[in-house]
Write a protein that binds this ligand. Structure first.
Ligand SMILES: [Zn+2]
Length: 322
């Protein structure tokens, strides 16, 4: 392992190619080779997006693609969870006639508790993803509606379910389910060809949450990162790969912690164990220190994720990578 890894994704400067794929009568996926995705649902009378991109300037590219296929108003912005890279573009949709920003109550609580810390921390970790960061209005992105467990929105005759199917990537994860089209927008609960970020995760719960998603039997799925999954075989492959990564990482960390090893040794061991299988996924080197630190916390004395601040990010990185 190199001792000179650049912090997080500070050295990732290469622009990605955007794809805008139709998945069903009503669902589209805006994806960008492993950068954060936006899911789009076009109903009878309105459009909904899941996750906004990181800045209003970046969200404008999503809006431009939507306008190539419909002129219906984009009324609903749903946040799959509270992370800045997915929410700070929201004002672009509100300026275009957006009416509601919707999140789970758990995601709302996380914005209250740690939204500002997360914003400062994420901008430092991945500057490329915050293109034109000056276009983000001051303050945080606040939901205008929250729900607990389940909320149904009717876009005319199209039923759209917002569901909390368990904790995983964060405690506040929401998925969007279209029962009629059998399309699921998963947020970061599922990734494909991209490393799951687990710095705010619940490792013990995540595999079961993926089982709950599998039980919906989707025939297409927009993951949080990576290409859209088309057909049941691809959906299953995406769920299985995410579950395997989360389970392999946690098993390795739990074993190390149970043997009384310190975080740094557990990190080196776990990195070397997972690298051959998952090292080709985007942001692997970025995620591993955060993921292992959180897994070690959960396996030892912190049932809930501790807040990441810009300072804690750097301290952790130095202690594991120096
Ligand atoms: Zn996230």
């Amino acid at each position: 392992m190199s001792s000179t890894k650049t912090f997080a994704s500070a050295a990732d400067l290469e622009e990605k190619k955007v794809s805008f794929d139709r998945l069903s009568e009503h669902a589209y996926a805006y994806t960008a080779e492993g950068d954060p995705n936006t899911g789009i649902i076009i109903g009878d009378d309105a459009v909904m997006v899941l996750d906004t991109q990181a800045t209003p300037v970046m969200a404008q590219d999503v809006i431009r693609r939507i306008r190539e296929v419909t002129d219906k108003p984009i009324k609903y912005v749903v946040l799959s969870h509270y992370h800045a890279v997915r929410v700070l573009g929201a004002s672009a949709y509100m300026a275009e006639g957006g009416e509601q920003i919707i999140a789970s109550q758990d995601a709302y609580d996380m914005i209250v508790e740690r939204g500002q810390f997360d914003k400062d921390s994420e901008i430092g970790r991945f500057p490329r993803l915050f293109q034109s960061v000056e276009s983000v209005p001051p303050g945080l992105t606040w939901p205008t509606m929250t729900f607990v467990g389940k909320m149904t929105i009717w876009l005319g005759k199209l039923e759209v379910q917002l569901l909390q199917v368990g904790r995983g990537h964060t405690k506040g994860d929401t998925v969007v389910w279209l029962p009629q089209d059998r399309v699921l927008l998963s947020g970061d609960l599922v990734e494909f060809d991209a490393t799951p970020y687990a710095g705010d995760a619940y490792f013990s719960d995540w595999p079961k949450t993926l089982d709950n998603i599998a039980a919906l039997n989707a025939k297409a799925l927009v993951p949080g990162r990576g290409p859209a999954l088309k057909g049941e075989a691809q959906v299953t492959a995406g769920l299985d790969a995410t579950r395997a990564f989360v389970s392999d990482l946690y098993a390795s960390v739990k074993a190390g912690a149970a043997a009384g090893k310190d975080l740094r040794s557990v990190y080196k061991e776990t990195f070397d164990k997972l690298q051959p299988k998952y090292g080709q996924w985007v942001i692997f080197n970025h995620c591993m220190p955060f993921d292992v630190t959180r897994a070690y916390d959960e396996a030892t004395q912190y049932p809930d994720p501790r807040i990441w601040t810009a300072e804690r990010d750097i301290e952790m990185w130095k202690s594991l990578e120096a």
